[in-house]
Ligand binder design. Structure first.
Ligand code: GLA
Length: 395
């Protein structure tokens, strides 16, 4: 685990930053128990922050250069804010360059920073990309004295991913990170931007957030993520056309009424029907799940998480063999209320809401079954027990 103190010391050693000028920014990771793969179709989602995330120590560089070292990745990022270079496929420096480009489109950003960044968990499925993007935005805003609202930062992070990196994702990740209050469930409408942080009834809610990392991490840009988004949009266009409604290349499934889906589903291709089925059934699960959460019914909430994961596998057709194995193992383990792939489902981890008294049982089930099914990641998978987290903090 990278502590803010480790990062501060590394920054002072590597860049000679005067300790009085060093700040740290911590940005939490998020999980999305219900509402998977629907944010890019402007659907409704849920999510909450966990008590792990990315941390960066930073200090003004004294000029317009940004220089960042990482505890996880090789090499150093270095660029001038006066001339932010374009994205380089697969390069970890993209998020910092993207953040600089996003912010400088709306604000005067001429002061750079030196930074050292590190994460407290393996990468994949916990929105580490949004977390780093937001960490860089907050550092640039701090050293340039720029005031930015959470809503604007959500838009800036979306610019990094959609425009700078060409990943056609939605606003789930930055919204959960920036809008969720500790211990509550964010319920967000990605079309209207309206949201509620839903409190469970006091006293009845206590569970572990178990995160089981599959051993596989890779950038979403190189997965089938954008292909699925395009398939959802095609399903939306098709349904709107069949229904005699106006459609365009930017149509999304949220523009389609449930009635139109039910009337025309049979005329869609197999793939389009499955993607739309996921969207409409996930919408139901989100709405029901929010009510279960509100009344403290974790067993029913958990059952919906399992159904959501089954729909990700069957209808959204994501999840490689590793994630499917983890889902199967966890969903059959005593003490797990509910589980699903965390994030896009192409890599990363499964999240489970679990009884804290059953930790040993969960570790035992994963250790007994997972490495036998996937010996190639036997020394890479990890099990973590986390709890609720709060939003970003700069100190
Ligand atoms: C990734 C994307 C999000 C969202 C989820 C799946 O985390 O970044 O926008 O689509 O996958 O729900």
């Amino acid at each position: 685990m990278r502590t803010p103190e480790n990062l501060r010391e590394t920054l002072e050693d590597a860049f000679g930053a005067p300790s009085a000028e060093v700040r740290t920014v911590f940005v939490p990771y998020r999980v999305c128990p219900l509402g998977a793969h629907v944010d890019h179709q402007l659907g409704q989602v849920t999510g909450f922050c966990i008590d792990r995330g990315m941390c960066m120590a930073f200090a003004p560089s004294g000029d317009s250069c940004v220089r960042i070292g990482s505890m996880e990745f090789e090499g150093q990022i270095e660029f001038d804010l006066e001339q932010v270079p374009s994205a380089v496929t697969g390069d970890w420096g993209n998020y910092a360059r993207g953040a600089a480009q996003a912010l400088s489109q709306r604000h005067r950003v001429c002061r750079g920073f030196d930074g050292v960044i590190g994460g407290s968990m393996p990468i994949g499925g916990l929105s580490s990309s949004a977390a780093v993007g937001i960490a860089y935005l907050l550092a640039l805003e701090f050293v340039n004295n720029v005031e930015v609202t959470p809503a604007e930062n959500i838009g800036l992070d979306q610019f990094i991913e959609n425009s700078y990196l060409d990943l056609n994702n939605g606003v789930l990740d930055p919204s959960v990170i920036l809008l969720n209050e500790r211990g509550k469930l964010l319920f967000l409408d990605c079309q209207s931007g309206e949201y509620e942080d839903v409190s469970p009834p006091s006293g009845v809610f206590s569970f572990d957030v178990a995160i089981v990392y599959s051993g596989l991490s890779r950038s979403l840009v190189t997965t089938g993520y954008n292909r699925r988004v395009a398939e959802c949009r095609e399903a939306a266009r098709w349904l709107l056309d069949l229904d005699g409604q106006p459609s365009s290349n930017s149509s999304v499934l949220r523009n389609v009424s449930r009635d139109a889906f039910e009337r025309h589903a049979e005329r869609l291709s197999d793939a389009a029907r499955k993607r739309a089925t996921h969207f409409f059934t996930e919408t139901d699960r989100v709405r029901r799940g929010v009510e279960f959460w509100r009344y403290g019914d974790i067993a029913s909430f958990g059952k919906l998480m399992n159904e959501s994961c089954e729909s990700s596998i069957r209808n959204y057709e994501c999840g490689g063999p590793h994630l499917i194995s983890l889902y199967e193992i966890l969903s059959q383990t005593e003490g797990v209320h509910g589980t699903r792939f965390s994030g896009a489902g192409f890599r990363g981890c499964c999240v489970a809401l679990a009884d804290p008294g059953q930790r040993g049982n969960i570790i035992d089930a994963v250790q007994r079954l997972y490495p036998v099914r996937h010996p190639e990641v036997a020394d890479k998978y990890e099990i973590h027990f986390c709890s609720f987290g709060g939003g970003p903090e700069t100190t």
